[in-house]
Design a protein around this ligand. Sequence first.
Ligand SMILES: Cc1cc2nc3c(=O)[nH]c(=O)nc-3n(C[C@H](O)[C@H](O)[C@H](O)COP(=O)(O)OP(=O)(O)OC[C@H]3O[C@@H](n4cnc5c(N)ncnc54)[C@H](O)[C@@H]3O)c2cc1C
Length: 430
Amino acid sequence: MTAIPPIRCELCVIGSGIAGMGAALFAARQGLATAVVGRTGEIIFTTGLLDLMAVHPVEKGVIWDDPWACIAQLVQDQPQHPYARIRPEKIRAALDGTAGFLGENGLAYSGQADRNTMVLTSIGTFKPTYRIPATMAAGIEAYRRRAACLLVDFKGLKGFSAAQIAATAGPSWPGLRTARIEFPDVPTANEVFTERMARALEASAHREKLAAAIRPHLQGAEAVGLPAILGIARPTDVMQDLQRWLKVKVFEIPTIPPGVTGLRLKEAFERGLRKLGVRLCLENKVFQAEANPAGGFRLHAGRSDLEEVIEARAVILATVRFMGGGLKADRSAVSEPLFNLPVYQPEGRDLWHREDFFDPRGHAVNRAGLSVDEDFRPLDASGQPAHPRLFAAGSILAHQDWMRMKCGSGLALSTAWAAVESAKTELKKT
Ligand SMILES: Cc1cc2nc3c(=O)[nH]c(=O)nc-3n(C[C@H](O)[C@H](O)[C@H](O)COP(=O)(O)OP(=O)(O)OC[C@H]3O[C@@H](n4cnc5c(N)ncnc54)[C@H](O)[C@@H]3O)c2cc1C
C-alpha cells in the first residue's frame, strides 16, 4: 500500500463541534497552521443560541440575568469548574470573537452586553441565553412589548405547534394568535422538513409566495413568529425580505433538533474557517493517535478506514462526551478511547445516576470528563500533564454540567480560547 503523504500542521484540533470550530478559529487568528478532524457532532442539534451561564446552583434552578455575576458566584462555589481557570475578559473575547466571525460569515448575532435574554422556545417556555441569532431578535422585542403577534406553523411540519406555543406562553403574552398554513408549492399531504423549507426560502420567489400565504392572517399583528426556516446561508436577508413583503417584524423560534439553526452554525464555521486557511478534514474520525519522538503527534484518520495521516506539533482534544464518542462507557467505567487518558468519574457505576431521571440536581456522570491543569492539559494518573502539547476543550472537560447550567457554547468557546493560548505558548518554547 502506497504511503499516504501526511498533512503537516502546527495544531490539529480533534472534534468539529462548537469547541473544535472555535479552537480552529482562534488558532488561525493567532497565525497557527491548523487542521480540524471531526464528524458532525452536537453542533447540528443545537438551537443556535450561544449560552454563557444562566443557572446556578442547578439544584435550586436559580436563573441569573447577569451571566458574569453568575460565573463569579459559580467559580467561588465550584473552583474545579472550567470557568474558574479562565479570566472573564478572555471568556468575553472568545464569545465576542465568535459572534463577530459568524456575523462576517452570514450569521449575525445580537444580545445585551452583560445580560442574559429570555428567548421563546418551540414548546412555549422562555430560555435564558447570551447571544441570539439576529433572526430571533424581533421576537424578544415583541415579547418585551407584549405586542399583538401571529405565530405561524405549517401543515405537515412535525414537532412545531404554534397552538402549543401560544397555550404555554399565552398567560404571559396575551397578544398571541396562531395560524396553520401550507408551505408554498408543497402538496398538503406531504410531510415538510425545516431544512428543505429553509433551502427553498433562499429563492426570492418562494419568499414572496410565503408572504402571500401569511398576509391574510395578519389582522393587525405587529410581528410574525415562524419556526426557524429562514434560509441557511443568509438568514437575515431572508428575514428582511419577508418583513418588506409583510410590513411587520418577522422572527424565528428554534425548532426541536436537528433544526436548521445548527446546520447554519456548522456551515458558517466551515465557510469562514476555509477562508482563514484552516485545513478541514470533515466527516473523518481519528482512529489512532500516537505521540511521535519529535515531541508532536501522528494521527490516523478517515471515514471508516485510514485515509489521512496528520502530523501535528500540538493537539486539542474537543471530542465531547458520550454522544460524539469522546468518552466511552461500559458496564463498569468511563474511558477516553484515543489517548487512554484517565477520566474523572463517580466511584462506581451505581453512583452514575440518581433514582429520578429528572432530579434537578442532575446526575454525577454528567460531570465526568477530563481533568486538566491551568493550561487545559489533560492530566495523567499521577496528576501531571499527560503530554506537554496535548490540550482539551469543550464538554469533554470534567466538573461541569453545561446542559443544566445553560453554559454550553460559552464553556466550549472559552475553554477553546484558553487551550489555543496555551498551545501557542508551548509551541513557541520549541
Ligand atoms: C440538542 C442540543 C441542544 C443544544 N442547545 C444549546 C443551546 O441552546 N445553547 C448552547 O449554548 N449550547 C447548546 N448545545 C450545546 C452545544 O451545541 C455544544 O454541543 C456543546 O457545547 C458541546 O460542544 P463540543 O464542541 O464540546 O462537542 P460537540 O459539538 O459534540 O463536538 C464534538 C466533536 O468531536 C468529534 N469527535 C469525537 N471523537 C472523535 C474522534 N475520535 N475523531 C474525530 N472527531 C471526533 C465529534 O464527531 C464532534 O464533531 C446543545 C447541544 C445539543 C445536543
